[in-house]
Design a protein around this ligand. Structure first.
Ligand SMILES: [Zn+2]
Length: 67
């Protein structure tokens, strides 16, 4: 059964759990069900820390760096 719709096929759009904006729930969106990396990090930070700090890159540790 092929159900043709006027919208884009094979693309499910769900509201972002963080910002409620349309988010493409597809393999092309690696941050699904979030709309972006930012929202995912915010959500992760929300329970990992009380502060909404966004760390795109983890802090470099001096541990093990002996030269
Ligand atoms: Zn979002």
């Amino acid at each position: 059964m092929v159900h043709s719709e006027s919208s884009v096929s094979s693309a499910t759009v769900v509201p972002c759990p963080q910002c409620q904006q349309p988010s493409v729930f597809a393999p092309s969106n690696r941050w699904r069900p979030f709309c972006s990396e930012r929202c995912k990090l915010i959500d992760m930070g929300a329970w990992a820390s009380e502060s909404f700090r966004i760390q795109a890159t983890p802090p470099a540790l001096d541990e093990g760096t002996e030269s």
